[in-house]
Design a protein around this ligand. Structure first.
Ligand code: URA
Length: 221
């Protein structure tokens, strides 16, 4: 076994919970998606509509990882189709990256939310470390199946769960990071951070920086 596969196996085994009933091994994405649909390895499935598995070509060169599906992704069953997904689509297009050629997924595959104080809105809640750990074998299996050239962590949750809890996206965005997970690994901001920009000018400059990071990523191919 080569050292890349060996180190991936070690990290998958370390994080695999004892109680796991489903065993994601590298196989087809369709088989993984079906198996993940029944995952009960943490409690997030109880309040979610469905598992939102990754999507994209099985031989994608670029593999994008976000945090977890949002409200619209939970209902639709597809990653990055809500407001953050629209920002991502626009930025990818500006960077000259075809989204249909990219694999898009999340570190956690169920929507974690709490009811709004008033109204029916479902408010996004950050996943716990234990929930990210419970979901990690699915991400490892996606990576081992797709074998991307470039792995891109979108935001701190993805970056810290894949590159270490001390990793700072602010300090290291757009830089190549040494990692056994893929030949080239980079982190940038999560597109939802652009949605939270305080005004139009801030949104425009944050979008430009995001596009600049993605343009550099395109140049790595
Ligand atoms: N935010 C994410 O991190 N992932 C999605 O799929 C949607 C929003």
């Amino acid at each position: 076994m080569n050292s890349l596969l060996k180190s991936q196996r070690i990290s998958a085994e370390r994080t695999r919970p004892q109680s796991r009933t489903s065993k994601p091994e590298p196989r087809s994405l369709a088989a993984l998606r079906r198996a993940a649909g029944d995952c009960r390895d943490c409690d997030l499935w109880k309040n979610a509509t469905q598992t939102v598995f990754g999507e994209g070509p099985s031989r994608a060169k670029v593999f994008l990882v976000g945090e977890q599906p949002g409200d619209q992704e939970d209902l639709a069953g597809h990653p990055f189709v809500g407001p953050a997904g629209k920002i991502l689509d626009e930025a990818l297009q500006q960077a000259g990256i075809d989204r249909t050629e990219v694999y898009v997924t999340n570190v956690v595959k169920h929507f974690k939310w709490a009811p709004a104080q008033r109204g029916k809105r479902r408010i996004h809640k950050k996943p716990r470390f234990t929930e990210i750990q419970a979901c990690r074998p699915w991400l490892d299996a996606e990576l081992q199946t797709v074998k991307p050239e470039v792995l891109v962590c979108l935001g701190a949750t993805a970056a810290q769960s894949l590159l270490g809890r001390e990793f700072s996206v602010t300090r290291h965005r757009g830089q190549l990071v040494e990692s056994p997970l893929a030949p080239k690994v980079v982190a940038t901001v999560h597109p939802s951070s652009i949605l939270r920009a305080p005004d139009a000018a801030a949104r425009q400059s944050q979008m430009q920086e995001f596009v600049r990071d993605l343009t550099r990523i395109a140049a790595l191919l």
